[in-house]
Ligand binder design. Structure first.
Ligand code: GLN
Length: 219
């Protein structure tokens, strides 16, 4: 039986601990997966690796889908048959964290697009939503679920969320109102790139979701 991690309890790595490390895969089809790997590897108790096949994803407690180009990544997922395993494993409790392109692919609705997607979250997204004049920008983002002050958020040709439904909950919005971070149970999505700063709090938050999902799926 897996033990339930209590709130505030520290994750302990594999060495010298009876608790196994949490397995986080970073999808390595395209985009900035190496940076995500570096960041999530810094979180205590994490065993992180780049994953590209259905078999590798089947072993993960959590999966990060990095930024990139969502039409390309959506096609590659289908070609390699990994979209199905992600849908199946996430329904079983595997945590999934999509950033930028990942957030687009996790949405059920993508405005003005019929591109391939995972369609996991009750969200509607708008791609390249900030327009050309603000292709990229940074800001300090208040994320009440993450303590320790605002998170520096870097947006690169970013989408934002135009609607949330059902169990999807907003975690953060810009001062101008655009929703840029959401959670739906074991699913997490952000329009920005938390891997491009030195601050691991967003990755830590995701790892906690993955640990809770692992405990639940083994109980
Ligand atoms: N504009 C890209 C897309 O639509 C997302 C950009 C990114 O992931 N940084 O997929």
């Amino acid at each position: 039986m897996g033990s339930v991690i209590q709130k505030g309890e520290k994750l302990v790595g594999a060495e010298g601990s009876s608790r196994p490390s949490v397995h986080i895969g970073v999808l390595g089809l395209q985009g900035d997966y190496q940076k995500h790997l570096e960041m999530v590897s810094r979180v205590e108790g994490v065993d992180a690796r780049v994953v590209r096949t259905a078999d590798e994803i089947a072993l993960c407690d959590g999966l990060i889908i990095p930024g990139g180009e969502s039409t390309t990544v959506g096609k590659l997922m289908e070609r390699y048959g990994i979209d199905e395993v992600i849908r199946k494993r996430s329904a079983q409790g595997m945590a999934v964290f999509g950033t930028c392109t990942g957030m687009i692919l996790m949405a059920k609705e993508i405005e003005a697009s019929n591109q391939q997607r995972l369609g996991l979250m009750d969200t509607t997204v708008r791609r390249n939503a900030f327009g050309r004049q603000v292709d990229s920008f940074e800001c300090d983002l208040d994320i009440p679920a993450i303590s320790g002050g605002p998170v520096r958020a870097i947006f690169i040709r970013a989408p934002f969320i135009t609607a949330i439904r059902g169990e999807a909950k907003m975690l953060a919005a810009l001062e101008s109102g655009e929703i840029v971070m959401v959670r739906q149970g074991n699913l997490l999505a952000a329009a920005f790139h938390p891997e491009l700063t030195d601050d691991i709090r967003v990755h830590e938050y995701f790892v906690k979701i993955a640990v809770a999902g692992r405990a639940a799926s083994r109980n």
